[in-house]
Design a protein around this ligand. Structure first.
Ligand code: ADP
Ligand code: MG
Length: 451
């Protein structure tokens, strides 16, 4: 009854804001279509873009796919010995062809990166979406794949060859310049054995409670989540390495530093606004998922002799599999446009709910291996990715900042709570936490801005 009541409340909230959000989406779509038509005719005539149009509005790189609001799926192959059972056609609209158990299958993706693709090339494909956060768009980039295929390498990268996260932050801060027009707020959590832990809490990582938001407003609340105001890039990097060092990792036979948790970094960028107009609040979610392989394959069978931790590894693998299964269920429901999307089936999907809501931009970076012994997992991952590519979230919409200017974390359109806290001893000295992070940030669907 309680959950039915909650669902009813959510529905009421949606209905009451439907007209507004519809109008917002409509004018956003009109803007995007007129830009696309302008760009097409300019391209056809081999001339400049129409007068007054400098280029694609940020967040609208001009792809038909993005006009529809599909989740974009990119695929990157881990470097290794080439294998005749996996062949690729790299580039936009690329394909991966596998030969598994005597059956050939070709998978179509939005972009395929060959094994020798650089970190720079991968980020180049994502940069326009990342920068659109400065205009108030919500963007979620997540890496998916078997353990050891390079998810963390692509997302974080080694210091000498940084990955998506450090490049994205650098690009955002470079774009913002020193104007001080944006307030940047950071939060970071991991989901380990279905427990949500605050990786940036001033003390030891705390377990957080994820709750459904108040009836009628929808969304989720993460009670006690720490948000930090980030004044500059250097501080941001320090905070991210603090979060990374707090993340639970353990060894499995597939990857000696395998990540056994999902890590979610959320950056909120609230733009200062003139007094008469609402500011914007863009959000960048960077999600490094734990490995998607089956429990037995990771050597986490729980029965291995001589390994006192194998039961622990088995439990980790099982909860990871369950949460990724829940993610698959959510994607299937979104793809089929079902009225009920089972976001509540796992902590991962609950936290990803705002990042996969209508009007958000999502990009899945699939990491695969070409090793013959991984072929079964590679095919499973590709099937998952191909299905995700059919999910439509609708054209991207900008969000306006809440009146209180409290940035929301892990959410662009749902209220969340954060608790102000006094920093205690920690590996780096973080800046002061957001002073008003204890208040609700309410960015409802009514927060959509016209383009
Ligand atoms: P995952 O996060 O998927 O478990 P990792 O990112 O930890 O995998 O990668 C496993 C290993 O493979 C690491 O040692 C990493 O440095 C290496 N690796 C992955 N992708 C690449 C790549 N594109 N170039 C060089 N090394 C890579
Ligand atoms: Mg990893």
């Amino acid at each position: 009854m309680a959950s039915l009541r909650q669902g009813c409340g959510d529905l009421r909230g949606l209905v009451s804001t439907f007209t507004q959000s519809c109008q917002g989406s409509l004018s956003e779509a009109q803007g995007q279509v007129s830009w696309a038509l302008g760009a097409l005719s300019a391209g056809g005539a081999g001339t400049q873009l129409p007068e007054g149009q400098q280029g694609p509005p940020t967040g609208c790189p001009g792809r038909l796919l993005e006009l529809k609001g599909n989740i974009r799926v990119l695929c990157r192959l881990r470097p290794g010995t080439p294998c005749s059972l996996v062949s690729v056609e790299a580039g936009p609209g690329g394909t991966v062809t596998t030969c598994y158990r005597g059956r050939q299958r070709r998978f179509h993706l939005d972009w395929v990166f060959s094994p020798d693709a650089s970190q720079e090339e991968v980020f180049g494909e994502l940069e326009p979406a990342v920068l659109s956060c400065l205009q108030g768009y919500s963007v979620c980039i997540f890496t998916y794949g078997q353990t050891g295929t390079g998810k963390t390498y692509s997302m974080e990268g080694p210091p000498e060859d940084p990955g998506i996260a450090p490049r994205a932050l650098q690009s955002l801060f470079r774009e913002m310049g020193t104007g001080g027009q944006h307030r940047v707020t950071l939060s970071m959590v991991e989901i380990y054995n279905e427990a949500v832990r605050d990786l940036l809490a001033p003390g030891p990582p705390e377990r957080l409670a994820v709750r459904q938001g108040p009836a009628g407003q929808g969304g989720i609340q993460v009670a006690g989540l720490t948000h930090w105001d980030v004044p500059n890039l250097e501080t941001l990097h320090q905070m991210l390495s603090l979060g990374r060092s707090n993340r639970a990792t353990a060894a499995t036979s597939m990857n000696p530093r395998s990540s056994r948790s999902h890590a979610l970094v959320t950056l909120t960028l609230c733009a200062a606004s003139p007094p008469s107009a609402p500011g914007t609040a863009g959000t960048l979610h960077l999600v490094d998922l734990a490995g998607s392989e089956r429990a037995w394959k990771a050597g986490a069978t729980g029965t291995q002799r001589g390994d006192p931790n194998s039961a622990q590894r088995l439990r980790e693998a099982q909860t990871i599999n369950r949460s990724l299964l829940a993610l698959g269920g959510v994607m299937a429901a979104l793809r089929a446009r079902r009225s009920h999307v089972p976001f509540r089936d796992s902590q991962l999907t609950r936290l990803l709910q705002p990042a996969l809501g209508p009007g958000t931009t999502a990009v899945l970076l699939l990491q695969i291996s070409t090793r013959p012994e991984d072929l079964g997992e590679t095919v499973c991952s590709l099937k998952f990715a191909e299905r995700v590519g059919q999910v439509e979230l609708g054209p991207a919409r900008r969000r306006k900042a809440p009146r209180s200017e409290t940035p929301s974390s892990l959410s662009t359109d749902t209220p969340l709570t954060g608790t102000p806290c006094t920093p205690t001893r920690s590996p780096v000295s973080p800046p002061s936490p957001s002073p008003d992070s204890s208040s609700y940030s309410a960015l409802g669907p009514s927060g959509d801005l016209p383009p």
